[in-house]
Write a protein that binds this ligand. Structure first.
Ligand code: GRF
Length: 186
């Protein structure tokens, strides 16, 4: 391994609460966030800057690919990144890009399934169990192979918001732990 801590990049477009969890746990989980990529101005950018992490705000995938190489990135983590990853990036970085999705894939994945829409779909389907999935990213949206999942019980009075809050708690436990395992096994 070229560095004592594996270099990862986090791609985030939103509030960045997942990014913050990854920042807070970086040393104990054996990785260093060497780059944060966003495709629009968002709080994730400020969180990265506050933690002195280099940032790139871009929608140009050639530039993004170049930055990943420049920063010697070994693993890319999508944490609320609201953009489709082009096929050539999926191929070039095969098995080196992971995503966290707030459902038990293959249920409730694919186009339009993001944010609160996912837990709305869980409740509409009458599921008794919800959860989150860490998976490799492929050209098929939410279709790459599954690495790890965590389950959450659906309660009788759940709203999409209450269920989403419990799923997000699990996401923030599952994601850093899964990154640590991937790094240990690489
Ligand atoms: C997470 O809940 C995750 O499921 C999804 O995007 C959300 C990120 O939210 N991929 P935040 O911007 O980290 O708060």
């Amino acid at each position: 391994m070229p560095y004592p801590l594996s270099h990862i990049a986090v791609f985030a477009s939103g509030t960045g609460t997942t990014l913050q969890t990854l920042i807070d746990q970086q040393t104990q989980c054996g990785y260093r966030i060497a780059l944060v990529v966003t495709n629009r101005p968002c709080p994730s950018l400020q969180r990265a800057e506050q933690a002195d992490i280099p940032t790139l705000l871009s929608t140009d995938w050639t530039d993004i690919d170049h930055a990943l190489q420049q920063h010697h990135i070994q693993l890319v983590v999508l944490a609320g990144f609201l953009a489709i990853i082009p096929e050539w990036i999926c191929t070039k970085w095969d098995k080196r890009i992971i995503n966290i999705h707030p459902s038990l894939l293959p249920k409730h994945g694919g186009k339009g399934m993001y944010g609160i829409h996912v837990q709305e779909a869980v409740l509409a389907a009458g599921d008794t169990v919800a959860g989150c999935t860490v998976h490799y990213v492929s050209a098929a949206i939410d279709g790459g192979s599954i690495i790890a999942q965590a389950q959450v019980e659906v309660l009788p009075n759940d709203t999409p918001e209450s269920l989403s809050a419990r799923v997000q708690q699990q996401e923030k436990r599952l994601l850093p732990r899964t990154i640590a395992e991937i790094i240990q096994n690489s």
